[in-house]
Design a protein around this ligand. Structure first.
Ligand code: MG
Length: 163
């Protein structure tokens, strides 16, 4: 088994869609970034890549490359999932915490879980999504939205990785 951790934060601003965990959330502000700036999916991908020893999303999908401009982060997650599966890993489970002062995210966490589980090719009970505020004590969660992720990868075909 391999464990990985991921963290990401994006700033909130006007004129952008708010997409978290692959789910669009109605709000007057959205996250600013080169892609759709889905901080939850970015943290998840970094946790997967970390567990597999494959670096991070900045290395795989550089923001200097226009191919990734405004890209749906779920498409990038599909690539990361395919990459680690090709290396003989499967996702054991993933636990994601989204940190946002606003908007209220709890109505959307189950949809995020189902969306991410489908993209990871695992049952929904292997993915957990939580949302928390920082009780107005954190600057990050008022100016933007952050996400932490922890992932356990299982080596399904360890010998294949050495071919
Ligand atoms: Mg990011």
């Amino acid at each position: 088994m391999r464990i990985g951790h991921g963290y990401d934060v994006h700033k909130l601003g006007p004129g952008r869609r708010l997409v978290l965990g692959g789910v669009e959330i109605p709000y007057e502000l959205g996250l600013i970034g080169h892609s759709d700036a889905d901080a939850a999916v970015h943290a998840l991908m970094d946790a997967i890549l970390g567990a597999a020893g494959l670096g991070d999303i900045g290395r795989l999908f550089p923001d200097s490359d226009d191919a990734y401009l405004d890209i749906d982060s779920l498409v990038l997650l599909d690539r990361v999932t395919a990459l680690v599966r090709a290396r003989g890993f499967s996702v054991g489970n993933a636990d994601i915490t989204v940190v946002a002062q606003a908007p209220r995210l709890s109505p959307y966490v189950d949809k995020m879980r189902d969306t991410l589980a489908a993209r990871l090719h695992v049952a929904p009970d292997r993915v957990n999504v939580k949302a928390t505020t920082e009780e107005h004590l954190g600057q990050v969660s008022t100016l933007g939205i952050a996400a932490h992720a922890v992932v356990l990868l299982e080596e399904t075909a360890p010998k294949l990785r050495n071919l």
